[in-house]
Design a protein around this ligand. Sequence first.
Ligand code: SF4
Ligand code: SF4
Length: 413
Amino acid sequence: MKTIADIDGKIRDGSAVVYTASEFKCLIREGENVTAADVDVVTTGTCGVMSGTAAVLSVLVAGPGEFERAERVWLNGVPCMPGPCPNERLGVVDLIVSGTASAGAGYGGGHLFRDIVEGRRIEVVVEAADRSIDAEVTIDDLVYARVFTTRTACRNYTAYVNRLPTRIKTIFSIEGLQGRFREASVSGCGEINPLQNDPLGLAIGAGTPVLLNGSIGIVTGEGTRSIPERPNLTAIADMAGMEPRYMGGFRTSAGPECVTSLGVAVPVLDDRQVAALRVLDEEIPLPVADITTRAILGEATYADIWQQPDQDVVYHPEWCEECSVCVAATVCPTGAFSRETGIDRDRCLGCTACFFACPNDAFMTGEGSLRVGTRRVPITLRQSGRRLAEDLCRDLRDMILDSRFTFTGGGRW
Ligand code: SF4
Ligand code: SF4
């Protein structure tokens, strides 16, 4: 049996054998008999809509004594919660900002977090007891800026369909989930999800170093509603160092949502961990539930989402009929598509909404479907981005191979 110190030693001297989760699954599918002697680290990851994301910010907005304490604060119109520290007469406001807080017009906390990380100018409005203060800041003006999660990397998601004839507004749909059984909405990165690869909790827990939105951070423990059968994590990291492509806003029919990503390196100490890492999409259950009652109506697997051919969404401008209103651009929940510039891969989550919205089939992708009773219901919305999660796994693998990420030398953490 290896120890964490053994693996860190190999990382530091450049001899560690590191695979991404996808590379490791390829070995398993090819029938390789992998043991703990063959591999030291497997990098896992997930990226998608994660409502349980927030930020703690400390913002300098005025000189000392200019106001007593902030009563209400908005950043780019997103309502923030001042405090808990009142910072009396310091001109500084400490804020907690929810990733799902809404400024209206489809803009919310997730959009704000990405704008901050991209270095954009952020409009600040502070209401104090007797005055209002306007300011503009960038990430360089933020004394403290960290993202924390209250529930991340859920191991078990549920797919949703609508049994009723009317559309249902929900965070699991961009324009309301159509009934009866017209479409299904899915989440989760399946076999590369960190907790899916560590079901016994041998490797991941409080203190585990991670990449949160691409920035080195740490797991702080279990998240809300986490139970052994349906675990999730809390994590925290500095916004400085985050990669905009791994985060952002996502518009839904029930308000703005937040895209978050988590990359976790799993140290392979013994063959129990290898056994856990062998899990494949086709073995991971995905219950299908009614969006209103949450009653389970069917059972699929993650292979129905992620083992379909040609999952990438590809735009063919030569097939575009230049409609007066481009519904593909209108429906895109991340602002990744315009017919003039095509798909911005750094914003695209691969959700497939443009593919289903375009009346002239200017997009191609591999469509999946879920079995519900005797029906096959098409998957019209993927709220997790497996391509981005795989990119994150590769980034983490490369950081380990370059000795920039170890298990015990987690930088400032
Ligand atoms: S909806 Fe489709 S065909 Fe129409 S403008 Fe947009 S991309 Fe082109
Ligand atoms: S798949 Fe299409 S609709 Fe979805 S994020 Fe990408 S460009 Fe936008």
